[in-house]
Design a protein around this ligand. Structure first.
Ligand code: LCS
Length: 393
């Protein structure tokens, strides 16, 4: 198997050869914490990195390694690391790139727990951060300081669906030698590949589209440079220890096999739902980068295969009306998370972004009447019927 295959094939085959594993079609789950050395000298050589082979599962596991190899190829990187959550992946990359008193330049919005992590880094280690809209090269240049050691962006931003031009950010960052980290969770590797656009690291909450079935919490980091990823493996991953279990890695390998098929349906259902919502008199606004009238449509066309499976929308009124609408839904589930077969709705101001102070939330563009929909794989007509019966004057 080579990485010249098309993505649909890579999702199913990359990094695994049944010949190496007793002809088993499905990759085995190596449920082992440690590995046996033939001799003391062999153990010494493995610890020194002079001989290939596994040592201890916090440092690497064969099932996890298949997932990491597959993800590296899918994201056009040289190497990848799998983690026990998306937040373990986010924190590992940040710990890898920062020192005390560093500055992190962030997109205008980030996921609520990423915001919490940034605040914690500031409180404990004086690592500061600023948010920027990053709409022009001037915006980005003006926000970089002497202490900036990384640029961290989400695109689309959770939950405002704002897009950042990855190629533009990477071009400005290269001029001053600052690494760019992109949280690609909302796209999955099927819709967007930030490393191809000049970024240095890609993060996924694999809990979402990569798993696709709402049954795993996991994270992935893919790097442009394998030496940096190896350094991360032997420092932040080994010593902080936020690793994934072999069983969860196996569930992600199973999820990846259908990512392309699932994404096609997520995308199609989302396009139809966005169209329906846009025409509804009780909806104030629909925020969907796949709409040609969206201010982000041109960036979407530039860097994404197509718009994804997420929409945010504003109901007429405020929090009370938004919550009443949610409570009237019968099929669509009220839940955080996204990327599952089930359509999920959540109220960012009181759920995923409740930890963000109201003033900062306003600056991020998160209003009290905003709802975020993760469009699932059900019949889109059933989804529209459900929304229709719940949208009352
Ligand atoms: N990055 C983004 C963009 C996310 O949306 C999330 C989780 C994470 C990182 C963290 O991943 P986790 O540790 O949960 O695997 N987002 C969630 C959300 O929007 N609702 O519930 C979780």
């Amino acid at each position: 198997m080579t990485n010249e295959n098309r993505i649909e094939t890579t999702l199913i085959h990359e990094g695994y050869s049944s010949k190496e594993f007793s002809d088993s079609l499905s990759p085995p789950i190596f449920q082992s914490s440690t590995y046996v050395f033939d001799t003391a000298e062999q153990g010494e050589m493995r610890f020194r990195g002079e001989e290939k082979g596994f040592i201890y599962s916090r440092l690497g596991n064969p099932t996890v390694r298949i997932l990491e190899e597959r993800m590296a190829v899918l994201e056009k990187g040289e190497a990848a690391l799998a983690f026990g959550s998306g937040m373990a992946a986010v924190s590992a990359v940040l710990f890898h790139l920062i020192k005390s008193e560093s500055h992190i330049l962030c997109s205008r919005g980030v996921y609520g727990c990423t915001f919490g992590l940034l605040e914690m880094l500031e409180d404990k280690f004086s690592v500061t951060h600023t948010f920027s809209s990053m709409q022009t090269a001037d915006d980005i240049e003006a926000a970089i300081t002497d202490m900036t050691t990384c640029i961290y962006i989400e695109t689309p931003i959770n939950p405002t669906m704002e897009l950042i031009d990855i190629e533009l950010v990477s071009r400005v960052a290269k001029k001053v030698g600052i690494p760019v980290v992109v949280d690609n969770t909302f796209c999955s590797p099927f819709l967007q590949n930030p490393l191809d656009l000049g970024a240095d690291y890609v993060i996924h909450s694999a809990t979402k589209y990569i798993s696709g079935h709402g049954d795993v919490i996991a994270g992935i980091v893919v790097g442009k440079n394998k030496e940096e990823i190896q350094k991360m493996r032997m420092t932040v991953q080994k010593d902080i220890g936020g690793i994934i279990s072999p069983f969860d890695a196996w569930l992600l390998l199973r999820g990846l096999k259908t990512l392309h098929v699932r994404m096609d349906r997520h995308v199609e259902n989302t396009r139809k739902l966005a169209n329906y919502l846009k025409g509804h008199p009780l909806i104030e606004d629909v925020i969907y980068p796949g709409d040609p009238d969206s201010p982000h449509y041109s960036i979407m066309k530039k860097q994404m295969r197509t718009a994804g499976g997420m929409i945010s929308f504003l109901v007429k009124g405020g929090k009370k009306e938004a919550q009443a609408f949610m409570n009237r839904l019968k099929l669509i589930k009220i839940a955080v998370s996204l990327g599952d077969a089930e359509t999920l709705i959540q109220h960012p101001a009181t759920m995923t972004h409740a930890v963000v102070p109201p003033k900062t939330r306003d600056a991020m563009g998160i209003t009290e009447n905003m709802l975020r929909l993760s469009v699932g794989l059900e019949s889109v007509d059933d989804l529209i019927d459900d929304i229709d019966q719940a949208l009352l004057d």
